[in-house]
Design a binder for this molecule. Structure first.
Ligand code: NAI
Length: 331
């Protein structure tokens, strides 16, 4: 089966080349993302393999169908960037990698918390310039703080265990509370309670029409002054304008984000010689208490191996007509 792989980076080629079944599956790597302007590159292939910022709206999916594409293989867990109804209408199967390393993303959320808090990024730069002063590097003990976890699926559950291990009081919300987490002492509360009580809030729910701008002016207004907000899930969960105001007023004391509402135009590219046109990201970058990483939560050797292995497995299952839990359907 011939598959056009979009948005590829060197690490994708490297990890896919280790598991590629060259006899049965032929991968063609394109650097560009899949969107309206690039969809014609998929002509002549039978499937496409895409990542988080490829844009598979109705128009793109109709075009894919016109080229007889039969499979969209997401090499990520989230599928908010695919119009599933359009795929179904066109009889295109959508598969994903539901869990490649929940631990990788949960650990990255912890890295954001500890870096923001203990300012190791600032200390590193200072010391390289011969500045051994400790002024303005004061952090706080994470031990005994209240951590609020929104979404306790695979990533959120691991994040709960990590923060519990640090000695935090862990509050959580999810439609499906986990008995296992409860047995570790994680307390499920209403989201309205969680946002009021938590010193650190970490988002681990998917982006959909119900969770879009889950963190907005209203939810921010009831949070503790100086709250730390962490988002490794999807940018659209946070209303960026509202969080900028909350940072300016001091309501949000720390913001750590691995995802950003408008990341499609920015992330995964070297724009160091470009004039950034997005005024909200430049405003966010200007705050001393904001830490941004460019969607690297997944980026571990273990996760990349799992992504490549499962994606190739998904393509093989599709070729054999085998049913799979990794198929995504519109609900
Ligand atoms: P999952 O599907 O295992 O868990 C999501 C949980 O959120 C579910 O338990 C669900 O019931 C819950 N949920 C849904 N709506 C909610 C709401 N309004 N309030 C509270 N809980 C709600 O997903 P997983 O694997 O834990 O991933 C979570 C998200 O992390 C993904 O949707 C994806 O957007 C993001 N992600 C980010 C990565 C990165 O590199 N930064 C990598 C992988 C995933």
């Amino acid at each position: 089966m011939k598959i056009a792989v979009f948005s590829t980076k060197d690490y994708d080629r490297q990890y896919f080349s280790k598991v590629e079944r060259r006899d049965a599956i032929k991968l063609k790597f394109f650097d560009v993302p899949l969107k309206k302007d690039t969809v014609s590159l998929a002509e002549g292939y039978e499937g496409v393999c895409v990542f988080v910022n490829d844009h598979l709206d109705r128009e793109v999916i109709d075009a894919l169908a016109s080229y007889n594409i039969r499979l969209i293989a997401l090499r990520c867990a989230g599928f908010n960037n695919v119009d599933l109804k359009a795929a179904e209408k066109n009889d295109i199967t959508v598969v994903r990698v539901p869990a490649y390393s929940p631990e990788a993303v949960a650990e990255h959320a912890l890295a954001l918390i500890l870096t923001l808090n203990r300012k190791t990024h600032k200390a590193y730069n200072r010391i390289r310039e011969g500045n051994f002063s400790l002024e303005r590097l004061i952090g706080f003990d994470v031990h005994k703080k209240t951590v609020g976890v929104i979404g306790t699926g695979k990533i959120g559950a691991h994040f709960c265990r990590i923060t519990k291990g640090l000695g935090c009081k862990v509050l959580a919300t999810d439609f499906y509370p986990s008995e296992e987490l409860k047995s570790y002492g994680i307390q499920y509360v209403e989201q309205s309670e969680l946002v009021k009580q938590a010193d650190i809030i970490s988002l681990h729910c998917p982006l959909n029409e119900h969770t879009h701008h889950l963190i907005n002016e209203d939810t921010l207004s009831v949070m503790k002054d100086g709250v730390m907000l962490i988002n490794t899930s999807r940018g659209g969960l946070i209303d960026t304008s509202a969080v900028i105001e909350a940072l300016k007023s001091g309501k949000v004391g720390y913001l750590g984000i691995d995802v950003y509402e408008q990341e499609e135009q920015l992330f995964f590219q070297d724009l160091s010689e470009s004039v950034i046109q997005d005024d909200q990201i430049t405003r966010l970058i200007s705050f001393p208490n904001v830490l941004i990483t460019a969607h690297q939560g997944f980026l571990t050797a273990e996760a990349l191996t799992e992504i490549a292995t499962t994606t190739i497995g998904n393509i093989e299952d599709f070729m054999k007509g085998k049913s799979s839990d990794n198929v995504v359907r519109s609900s």
